[in-house]
Ligand binder design. Structure first.
Ligand SMILES: [Zn+2]
Ligand SMILES: [Zn+2]
Length: 66
């Protein structure tokens, strides 16, 4: 089972983009690596990898533009 990692922000939005240094967004499992030549499983799971105390970028911009 492969995973797509998200950051869960304080505004409750899931953003599939970890902060720099947290590694790749998509984690490909061993099975997929060997059987599917590097493409993820069809039933890739979405998973919260990080929690942010702040709001996501979109919400931040909304705030700034108000
Ligand atoms: Zn997989
Ligand atoms: Zn947001």
């Amino acid at each position: 089972m492969c995973f797509i990692h998200y950051t869960l922000h304080a505004c409750n939005h899931w953003v599939p983009q970890p902060k720099p240094g947290n590694g790749p967004i998509l984690r490909i499992c061993e099975e997929a690596e060997t059987m599917r030549l590097g493409s993820p499983c069809p039933n890739t799971e979405h998973k919260v990898a990080n929690r942010s105390q702040g709001v996501c970028e979109k919400c931040m911009w909304k705030k700034l533009l108000k």
